[in-house]
Design a protein around this ligand. Structure first.
Ligand code: XIL
Length: 557
């Protein structure tokens, strides 16, 4: 190797090492737009677009074309736009959307053919036979117009056909034509474009509930009858004050198992105004969870956001006092929800290296022998990926145990040991996986389990692990309290040593060991306890290296 090439090699190595240190979380395309990441995952990321800003605002057009590879017309393909009076079709708005999509290599989802809203009065007033004919003609004309256009790939054929309780919505369609209008609409759409994916779409169907189950059953039965339903759309108009549907992915999976495509069709996440950084962070978490759910389900084609800028959103007009539901603010600035969508599409890689703020000290309530509720002051996250939740740990020396995870600032712990002191702390997680510092430690002691009160009265034994090291620990004090209403003259505490642990000493009690069960009886001088009086004893145990367990199952009699 020449001096020259070895120097070059060294320079390259140094550059590589430096790059590895300086850019640990930034991959080459980390700043790529949403559509680049979505396409790499084989999914679409889309936005509903409105015709007026599309023709009037450069920023609107630029972001729409740069960030999204799918478009839904927010209103322009609805019946009142396309056929305001019978037989008079107007495709100006619809064509503007389709042309924009074609120019920018985006796919179009047609929305929507048969709906109870934004449908002119002339349709609603028809008799059954005329209404069926009008429906078939409308579908044939609208779907037919774009049947040969490769940009238009799918349609919402029937929208919002169900009530939240799972009954058919008693719309003019249902009231005039009966439930058969749904199958008829799908057949007409298939006839108009044999290649388009035909969807049924609804809201409040993200979780497994009466409404989503009604749609599930209908889709299953229609497909068995050969009715061409290819796809189910989940509108996903969420609100941070109502909680996230945690069974969303599971719900998508059960529909996928019917053989249909699933898609998120109208995603937005509203909040009570005014905005705050903590609401933005929660909102970002919802967006991230939705995108992740779609990414995790092969049959999920992609996610359409219902708009992209808070400047144009249906939310403030529809839900009083609520807003800020989208991923750009009114000034076209990206919000934390944008970063959340971006990072979820990018597969978890993240430019967010800022951990959330430290949560408050957990405080316990409703403590039983095997459960306890903890709550703490919430964290905030400013790094962009949004607060994802909290990890709750039990402090036990070198190897603290993760007791549970929560998406909110409280948790109910179950499966705890009776009569055991738990020292617990909390760390917040953000969407990029950054963990906050540990909160301060809170402490609670579970109540006694099955041991129950002895005949001499009622007592409790509450242990404290005073100190522990790799090979052992000291439990002191074990506080013995007479909780009965009369005095006692002796007590017996039992507890269980984890397997492999051996008692090496004890004080202030007469201790015997049988197997792993330890029995500690009062010494001569500390057996007499008046009501509410306490005494204590202690013991030392050795345990295998690396083992972090401590005794459990304390009883007092
Ligand atoms: C909304 C539009 O966003 C508004 O501009 C319009 O005034 C009313 O309709 N479910 C749907 C969408 O399927 O078509 C609705 O869009 C939102 C709820």
């Amino acid at each position: 190797m020449s001096v020259h090439s070895s120097l070059l090699l060294r320079a390259l190595t140094v550059a590589g090492v430096l790059a590895a240190f300086l850019l640990p979380t930034t991959s080459a395309d980390a700043s790529a737009p949403l559509r680049t990441h979505a396409a790499a995952r084989g999914k679409f990321i889309g936005a509903a677009l409105a015709t007026s800003p599309l023709s009037n605002e450069n920023s609107y057009r630029t972001i729409a074309a740069t960030e999204f590879n799918q478009v839904t017309a927010e209103n322009a393909m609805k019946w009142d736009s396309t056929e305001p009076s019978q037989g008079q079709f107007n495709f100006s708005g619809a064509d503007a959307i389709v042309n924009f999509a074609t120019q920018n290599d985006m796919q179009v989802h047609g929305h929507t053919l048969v709906w109870h809203n934004q449908t002119p009065g002339w349709v609603q007033n028809l008799g059954a036979s005329a209404m069926r004919t009008a429906m078939q003609n409308h579908i044939s004309q609208v779907v037919g117009r774009y049947a040969d256009n490769p940009a238009v790939v799918s349609w919402d054929v029937v929208n919002e056909a169900f009530e939240d309780n799972g009954n058919y919505r008693t719309s003019f369609w249902y009231n005039t034509l009966g439930q058969g209008y749904i199958a008829d609409a799908f057949r007409a759409a298939r006839a108009a474009d044999p290649d388009a994916r035909l969807c049924i779409n609804d809201y409040n169907t993200e979780g497994i509930n009466a409404k989503s189950t009604a749609i599930y059953n209908l889709v299953s039965s229609l497909r068995q009858q050969g009715v061409p339903v290819d796809c189910v759309g989940f509108q996903t108009h969420l609100a941070i004050q109502y909680g996230f549907p945690n069974d969303f992915q599971q719900n998508l999976e059960r529909f996928a198992a019917l053989g249909v495509q699933v898609r998120i069709t109208e995603l937005d996440v509203r909040m009570q105004m005014p905005r705050s950084s903590s609401k933005d962070a929660t909102q970002a978490t919802y967006y991230r969870n939705v995108v992740n759910a779609c990414m995790a389900v092969t049959a999920c084609a992609g996610v359409t956001i219902w708009g992209f800028t808070d400047k144009y959103s249906w939310v403030p007009d529809t839900f009083s006092g609520q807003g800020a539901a989208l991923i750009y603010d009114e000034n076209y600035q990206q919000k934390p929800s944008y970063t959340a969508v971006h990072d979820a599409l990018a597969g978890g890689s993240s430019s967010d290296t800022t951990p959330p703020s430290t949560p408050g000290t957990p405080s316990a309530s409703n403590v039983t022998s095997n459960s306890a509720q903890l709550s703490w002051t919430a964290s905030t996250d400013t790094g962009g990926s949004g607060l994802a939740g909290y990890n709750v740990y039990r402090e036990q020396g070198s190897n603290d145990q993760l007791l549970g995870q929560s998406s909110t600032n409280s948790i109910t712990l179950t499966g705890l040991s009776a009569s055991t002191q738990y020292q617990v702390y909390v760390r917040a997680r953000d969407g990029a996986g950054n963990l906050s510092s540990n909160s301060s430690t809170g402490s609670f002691t579970t109540t006694e389990g099955n041991g129950g009160p002895g005949p001499g009265g009622t007592c409790t034994a509450t242990p404290t692990v005073q100190t522990q090291w790799n090979g052992g620990y000291v439990v002191q004090p074990v506080t013995v309290t007479n909780t009965g209403s009369s005095g006692i003259t002796g007590w017996t505490v039992t507890f269980t040593l984890p397997s492999g642990h051996t008692l090496v000493g004890s004080w202030n009690a007469a201790v015997t060991v049988s197997g792993q069960t330890v029995t500690a009886k009062n010494a001569a001088y500390n057996g007499t306890l008046a009501p509410n009086a306490s005494t204590s004893f202690g013991f030392q145990v050795s345990r295998p290296n690396g083992n972090t367990q401590t005794p459990s199952g304390y009883t007092c009699a």
